[in-house]
Design a protein around this ligand. Sequence first.
Ligand SMILES: [Fe+2]
Length: 417
Amino acid sequence: MARSAVSSLPRDGAPPLRQSLDEVRDGWLAAFRRVRAETEARAARLSPEDQIVQSMADASPTKWHRAHVTWFFETFLVKPHAPGYRIFDERFPFLFNSYYVAAGPRHARPQRGLITRPNGADVAAYRAHVDAAVERLIANVPPAEAARVFTILEIGLHHEQQHQELLLTDILHAFAQNPTDPAYDADWQMPRSSFGSRGFVEVPAGIHAIGHDGEGYCFDNETPRHDELIAPMRIARHLVSNGEWLEFIAADGYATPSLWLSDGWACAQAQGWQAPDYWRQIDGAWHAMTLAGFKPVDPAAPVLHVSYYEADAFARFAGKHLPSEAEWEVAARANVIAEGFGLAWQWTRSAYLPYPGYRAAEGALGEYNGKFMVNQMVLRGSSLATPQGHARMSYRNFFYPPSRWQFSGVRLAEFSA
Ligand SMILES: [Fe+2]
């Protein structure tokens, strides 16, 4: 496993119980600075021109990510909770609101790449203005309001970490459209895969609780914790590798309609899919666009950039299934799988639905997760681009079945005879 630490981020620098309020403030200040700095560190490898580009409607420019996460703190934290806060620029909320209808009108997502002004320096000044306001609020919030303020701050930190991952997946998509094959980081290397015996392992059958267990942070979609019945089944210890995917290609998997869901086949035909996203053949050898640029495909590494439709077709080709998200979580909690975190998000066969009893919060922040609970599939684990400390057993990522630009891979399951 490339990343063994699975914990909730702000707790790393933030307060255990029974600390003084000053110590609590110090903990949140450190967490805030750490997360904000990580965003800037990821963006710092990119030129101002790189930071403007939007290569498709689903992807956003780096500059937009840097501004949007700042808008989130301005809108939900300092504007309502910091007395006398001055909005940095009254035009920015329209540009940098993403999908929060209750927070006001917003610019069309597919046109984010057209916004050359405000420029990068303006966005840097916006970040500095909001950073200063957040830091003043952390230092000065009255004790009676501290719990509410730090709760929203914590959501903002985890939100920014989600955009740190998107910053990388979005720029990789942009670079993959560039005939010069730019490298985000020429020294980047795929995290080491886990070795050890491959094959399938038993998942403990019976009734198991899944969902967030109350330790540390979670998003609302990980609750309520509830029971799920796990039938006797086995799950792959490792992720599907590029080498195994090459066998699928060689066996005409992309040209065999009986392996595909109807919607998946239609999508694969319409898009002309013949391999995972970013793969191209050079003199008969498959290469792929990576964060380090265009590289030969490593047969031992986990396959990346496959859609739900491809994952499902591969599973049928292999005579297996995708695990449900409950099966995945029970297996992860039982510690029977390798490569759960830090390499590739793993498609599950579970639709992204509310857990029994789930209720979204009131107000604009209630739009964070709940309104997306239709037509998407759940991915579990975390990827090579997930920030340190952001992953956890109960985390529910979700994307539409055709999506391929995330670091999405495959883990198989089989039902016991
Ligand atoms: Fe966002």
